[in-house]
Design a binder for this molecule. Structure first.
Ligand SMILES: [Zn+2]
Length: 581
């Protein structure tokens, strides 16, 4: 939709560039700049879940704003150049439309930009170039026109500017009044700073900067934190607990969760494995979801993330040696701080000196390190494995020997490549299955008392329905991004010594669970007591309580996952899979 519009606009802009009259007519130039700024707002009218009044505000407010801003100087060209940062926002916004077909630039979008790296971004950029070209076609010629008319001193008449400023003020006042009757059908409310572009994007940018600043202070704000953790029971043999964090792996493509393809040939045969049928993530972005998994913070209680330490410190306080192995490039988020809490921290995804370009490493490169730490460190161990799982580009996530579902050679996301993309994705799940089987093999060989907890950080869209959504971290989650595989595995020793815990896990396996269970389940499985342990969130406890599952929204507030902006296609799948809601 965007590229078709862009073509029409490009032709009209090119024609006008050669029309010298246009470049010397200040009023026509003024309206031209206003229109170019309004393009994202016009798109939003078609996508946002607002009432008619809400959509009216969506146009009136920015129109009023641009009328005033572009009338502040008589040299409109110069003003449009001052407003160039707005063009950057518009461009970013239009690219998001291309990606997700809805919503404004979220706080998470800004933070994703700050927490990704050139390699990851490059993989994505390959697929959004039509949108990039479209925004260049829209905004570069406009900027050139602004430069030319600025230099030529094309001035707006003072009387015209007075009228447009008055009109702008009236539009702003009326649209503010209308916010009291307008409504966002998702949130049941309506405010300028949350719902109306570009005010909401500026607000989101401020929110993101503030959040980034607070997370930078984390080493200071959390330095005195203590879990007051200790062991309440010991196994006669050595104890080894492993938490594996998956990446972009969705339950829909796991054989264990009913997928028709044999993507879990190993795990489906594994003794001592209990998977949780109805599990969801509390966030669809890596930089938020992984810290929720690795700490006592949850969607319901997110703010503690700034003051609490992570699960690695809880295990350390209880006498464990902790190891953090990662196949993800450090992303300057809480996950990095948590990794530093570990006694041993190794990252196998090597990067260049600036940390920007990474070389591709398969997850199984962590296995020799896992073996090494288990062999070389005596006593109780707690190990986190942060995998790269099924992160796009899927084809890059597994060696050739796992290229089972064929053809799998497409890298660009297009509807005609859907079959290849799904094949590649399924191969990455097949590889994850093998990787997890081999982790369990290492634990079996160690003959320790062991439990393993696996959870994906979020799911993934794979051009599933008419919406043609792909990837994750969209402003509103989808069924495919929410529903994730979660399982536990217990070693023979563990099952013999602590049969009750295993039985409780079995009792809870059909109950609705979310990623906020990971921290508490892991502590409880290892018999670690702490005032911060909530047994009502532990999957190995008789106290586990079925509760309304929450999703962490873009402004870090908990919302019922079923009302987190899901569409009818998502709700149909939720019903089809019999998910609790
Ligand atoms: Zn992720």
């Amino acid at each position: 939709m965007v590229s078709a519009k862009a073509k029409v606009l490009f032709i009209s802009i090119s024609m006008k560039l050669f029309d010298t009259k246009f470049l010397s007519q200040p009023k026509r130039l003024f309206w031209f700049y206003v229109m170019m700024n309004l393009i994202p707002s016009i798109c939003l009218v078609f996508t946002e879940p607002f009432t008619f009044t809400g959509k009216l505000v969506l146009l009136m407010f920015p129109l009023g704003l641009y009328l005033i801003l572009l009338s502040l100087l008589k040299n409109t060209g110069r003003l449009q150049l001052f407003l160039f940062p707005l063009f950057i926002l518009h461009a970013f916004q239009l690219v998001l439309f291309y990606l997700f077909g809805e919503a404004v630039i979220a706080v998470d979008m800004f933070l994703n930009v700050a927490t990704t790296n050139v390699s990851e971004a490059g993989e994505l950029l390959d697929n959004i170039w039509p949108a990039i070209i479209a925004v260049c076609v829209l905004y570069l010629p406009t900027t050139v026109i602004a430069c030319i008319t600025c230099r030529r001193k094309i001035y707006l008449p003072a009387s015209f500017r007075k009228k447009t400023i008055v009109a702008g003020i009236v539009l702003l006042a009326v649209s503010y009044g209308l916010t009291f009757v307008a409504r966002n059908k998702n949130t049941e409310r309506f405010t300028l700073h949350e719902d109306v572009y570009p005010a909401n994007v500026v607000y989101n940018l401020g929110f993101a900067i503030n959040k980034w600043h607070n997370s930078r202070l984390y080493p200071v704000t959390s330095q005195d934190f203590k879990f007051h953790a200790g062991k309440s029971a010991f196994a006669p043999s050595r104890e080894v607990y492993v938490l594996v964090v998956g990446e972009a792996s969705r339950a829909e493509n796991w054989q264990l969760y009913g997928y028709t393809r044999p993507t879990n040939p190993q795990l489906s045969q594994e003794a001592g494995l209990i998977w949780f049928e109805d599990a969801i993530t509390q966030s669809n972005t890596t930089h938020k979801s992984v810290p929720l998994i690795l700490s006592a913070a949850s969607a319901e209680d997110y703010s503690v993330i700034y003051t609490h330490k992570s699960i690695l410190s809880a295990f350390k306080e209880a006498g464990f040696t902790s190891v953090f192995l990662s196949n993800q490039i450090p992303n300057r988020s809480f996950t990095d701080f948590y990794a530093d809490e570990a006694d041993f921290h190794r990252n196998i995804r090597t990067a260049d000196e600036g940390g920007l370009i990474t070389t591709n490493t398969f997850d199984d490169a962590m296995l020799p390190l896992l073996q090494h730490y288990i062999d070389s460190i005596p006593g109780n161990l707690f190990i986190v494995l942060h995998t790269y799982g099924s992160h796009f580009n899927y084809k890059e996530r597994y060696p050739e020997s796992f290229s089972v579902f064929q053809p799998d050679n497409a890298t660009s996301v297009k509807t005609e490549n859907k079959e290849q993309l799904i094949n590649a994705y399924d191969n990455s799940v097949l590889y994850t299955d093998d990787f997890l089987h081999r982790v369990i093999g290492v634990l079996n060989d160690a003959q320790a008392t062991s439990a393993l907890f696996y959870t994906s950080d979020h799911g993934e869209d794979l051009l599933d329905d008419a919406r043609k959504r792909f990837l994750h971290a969209s402003p509103n989650p989808t069924f495919y991004q929410l529903k994730i595989p979660v399982f536990m595995w217990f070693s023979d020793n563990y099952r013999t010594i602590f049969p009750d815990k295993v039985q409780y896990a079995l009792n809870n396996r059909t109950k609705p669970v979310a990623t906020n269970a990971a921290f508490h389940t892991m502590l409880d499985a290892a018999f670690i007591q702490s005032p911060y342990l909530q047994t009502d969130l532990s999957l190995v406890s008789p106290d586990f309580k079925v509760a309304r599952r929450m999703y962490l929204n873009d402004h870090d507030k908990p919302v019922f996952f079923y009302k987190a902006g899901l569409k009818k296609e998502d709700k149909e799948m939720i019903d089809k899979r019999g998910m609790n809601h």
